[in-house]
Design a protein around this ligand. Structure first.
Ligand code: ATP
Ligand code: MG
Length: 247
């Protein structure tokens, strides 16, 4: 049980932190996941704990990619599962994407716990447990994916991914959409669409965009995708961090 006073200036941030703690207790999130969360919080603080206009624009473009995809997959790790399980399922439903569990430190127990957790939050099918294909250029355990999931996908959303895997997926020719609060991380730099925003804000906002963009024709979606400049989005995030006012 969490007791955070609602008028606390870090209210949202503290709630989020408790979700990660609960994830560790449930065997969903690894202890390294706590460290990743700490890093994310630092960047979120510098960004003012809000979705910037440039992140919102990137989220819209990422959704256009998901809607245009032949086969889109949302990759889920222990942090994403703890922080935004229902929001992940909702985005998958709104875009027709698959959900696949993909862990940096893979254990069968954690894979199973995350898949169960996602199903409790409404997921119909959760991939990742078959692990019958490999991402090239990664060690055996870290490269495991499903042949009919991430391996087959043309567009992959990878929130909070580590740099190695983000780069390896991009090298496989996949269109990579990365949610990462650090605009300087290798993951964000490897992305076709870097989304510099907190996953807890990014996913519901993407679902909202998906509901709007579902009405648009293919040409409009292609125009959105082609007009996007990844480097400009990273530069803009960096500028927001540098010029922000902190409280
Ligand atoms: P690399 O530099 O190779 O990309 P890394 O050192 O960044 O790797 P991790 O520490 O595993 O590897 O990365 C965690 C990343 O996820 C960090 O960049 C952090 O800012 C980001 N992050 C953590 N929590 C969140 C969150 N809730 N929403 C969005 N991004 C987050
Ligand atoms: Mg990173």
């Amino acid at each position: 049980h969490v007791d955070v006073p609602e008028d606390h200036p870090r209210y949202e941030s503290l709630l989020t932190r408790h979700r990660i703690e609960a994830g560790v207790d449930k065997g969903i999130t690894s202890r390294q996941g706590l460290i990743a969360q700490g890093r994310g919080e630092a960047f979120d603080y510098l960004l003012g704990e809000r979705t910037t206009d440039s992140a919102d624009a990137a989220e819209r473009v990422a959704v256009a990619h998901l809607l245009l995809a032949e086969h889109a997959v949302l990759s889920v790790n222990g942090n994403v599962a703890a922080l935004a399980p229902a929001e992940t399922v909702e985005l998958a439903e709104a875009t027709g994407a698959d959900i696949e569990v993909n862990l940096f430190n893979r254990t069968e127990e954690r894979m199973q716990a995350i898949a169960d957790h996602l199903r409790e939050h409404g997921a119909r099918e959760v991939k990742g447990l078959t692990a019958d294909a490999r991402i090239s250029g990664l060690s055996h355990e870290r490269g495991k994916v499903d042949a009919d999931g991430i391996y087959d996908a043309d567009v992959v959303l990878v929130p909070l991914e580590d740099g190695d895997r983000a780069e390896a997926l991009a090298e496989m020719g996949k269109t990579e959409l990365v949610v990462d609060l650090n605009p300087g991380s290798r993951s964000a730099r490897a992305a076709a669409v870097p989304i510099v925003d907190n996953i807890v804000r990014a996913l519901p906002n993407m679902t909202k965009h998906a509901q709007e963009l579902a009405q648009e024709d293919e040409a409009t979606l292609r125009e959105l995708v082609e007009g996007f400049d990844a480097q400009a989005a990273l530069d803009e995030a960096e500028r927001e961090i540098r010029t922000g006012t902190f409280e």
